[in-house]
Ligand binder design. Structure first.
Ligand SMILES: Nc1ncnc2c1ncn2[C@@H]1O[C@H](COP(=O)(O)OP(=O)(O)O)[C@@H](O)[C@H]1O
Ligand SMILES: [Mg+2]
Length: 308
């Protein structure tokens, strides 16, 4: 759906986007995770042609956007980092205005406006001026405007910054709903938890460079993270201690009567561990698995934690 190849952009000799490449598959929510100043907005601005790259290519649905006729832009919806609404008019009129810009007219326009007021939960306040809206309501409307023309690809630039947890929750649900309906989404954020829960795949970006791309599990695997398995049941402490000798990739984390914790690399299946335990006469009551978090992968990749 979106294919970025070796894209670069500098400002006054400083590389804000440094030879990045990644691809977003149709229908997925692709996260673009990085701290402030990482180059997320610059990348978005390059994709929607607000900026010209120094080098590199961008393909949308196989079409090279720098050599395409302007019609390709109708496939694209953009929700900018800064809320861009007309404060003195209503939500309905804001939606109408943008709908008209995209060529919607008459009944088609009104139906789409109604649908978006429902989707964004703003129907009851549709006639009120935007300046009376909460931050969360403005963000929802901003997102609705980005979707007015039913784009195939939606670019969201940190859409939840500055809103309360409830507003954030309903906005994330909106994004998921758009994805379920078939919209492909590029979602930039500096919130790890959003990248973790919302995104099918993601790229981690810092100082203009992509440090890793893949699913959460793939990224954890790239940086050598481990999975933790806690086993409770009946087994001898000697058997628990000896297990790493029988399966060399695993390590003993802790051991006490009736409970042992091992760490194992992600590529090693838990099944192999269970097999070895059964061979060693473990009687297993319960087994709980802790997958690695994106936090620690992020710290390993960037050498720092993500903060506001
Ligand atoms: N128009 C601009 N002129 C000069 N420098 C810019 C401009 N836009 C962004 N930058 C710089 O490029 C880098 C990346 O910025 P940006 O893409 O906005 O990061 P992010 O969106 O990840 O926070 C930063 O160092 C920023 O200061
Ligand atoms: Mg930004």
């Amino acid at each position: 759906m979106l294919n970025i190849v070796n894209l670069s952009k500098s400002f006054a000799g400083h590389l804000a986007v440094d030879h990045i490449s990644f691809a977003v598959n149709p229908g997925e929510i692709f996260g673009f995770l990085g701290p402030n100043g990482a180059g997320k907005s610059t990348t978005i601005n390059l994709i929607c042609s607000l900026l010209k790259p120094d080098s590199g290519q961008i393909f949308v649905d196989g079409v090279d956007i720098f050599n395409a006729s302007p019609a390709w832009r109708k496939q694209l919806g953009v929700v900018p980092q800064e809320v861009a609404l007309y404060e003195d008019i209503s939500a309905r009129d804001n939606l109408r205005f943008w709908g008209k810009l995209y060529g919607l007219r008459g009944r088609t326009l009104e139906n789409r406006v109604d649908a978006l007021l429902d989707i964004t939960g703003l129907r009851e306040r549709a006639k009120d001026r935007i300046k009376t809206y909460s931050g969360g309501m403005k963000r929802r409307l901003n997102l609705g405007i980005g979707m007015i023309h039913q784009p195939k690809l939606l670019l969201l630039d940190e859409p939840t910054v500055g809103i309360d947890p409830q507003g954030r929750h309903s906005l994330l649900e909106l994004v998921q709903q758009a994805a379920r309906e078939g919209t492909t989404i590029l979602y930039t954020t500096h919130y790890l938890d959003e990248a973790e829960t919302l995104c099918d795949r993601l790229a981690i970006i810092d100082h203009g460079r992509i440090l890793a791309t893949g699913t959460k599990a793939e990224i954890s695997q790239i940086v050598g993270e481990n999975r933790y398995v806690k086993v409770t049941g009946q087994f001898s402490s000697e058997a628990a201690q000896a297990l790493p000798q029988r399966l060399s990739q695993i390590a003993l984390v802790s051991s006490q009567p009736g409970e042992v914790v091992y760490s194992l690399p992600l590529q090693l299946g838990t099944g192999q561990l269970i097999e070895k335990m059964l061979e060693s006469d473990f009687s297993i009551d319960n087994l709980s698995i802790k997958e690695p978090s994106l936090d620690s992968a992020f710290i390993k990749l960037t050498g720092r934690e993500l903060r506001d």
